[in-house]
Design a protein around this ligand. Sequence first.
Ligand code: SF4
Ligand code: SF4
Length: 136
Amino acid sequence: MTRVKVNPSNRDKEISRIIEISGENIYSCMQCSKCSASCPANSEMDILPHQVVRILQLGNYERIVNSQTIWNCASCFTCGARCPRDIDITKIMEAIRLTVIRNKGESRIDVDELPEKIDDKMPHQAIVSVFRKYRK
Ligand code: SF4
Ligand code: SF4
């Protein structure tokens, strides 16, 4: 097995931006996996929350941004509440999404399409959540 050393000083500008936006210290993660075990959306994720943190530590930005995990995270804050190191992965997921959207220079949802997609039963909180998650 190849051993890879985590070296915070080697991180690229995208990883630095994620750390800056989220305000979280990804290097204090000890890979206990409590976040992944408690995540209600883990069955919908191709990379589990603790793996997201590990991949960020290793500086593999491309692996993260090409995963479905960041879009399937429900921003429920459960992972942060369970983390023994007080790492709030909800904020990290949000920061990753923001970097993707900003780098693409476009939003993932078109406001003009919304009336067709909204029905009377949709809670207002869900609509606000969509804007937080998919708009620049
Ligand atoms: S619960 Fe916290 S310390 Fe444990 S793997 Fe998740 S982020 Fe890392
Ligand atoms: S905020 Fe996202 S990653 Fe964390 S427990 Fe909720 S769904 Fe899972």
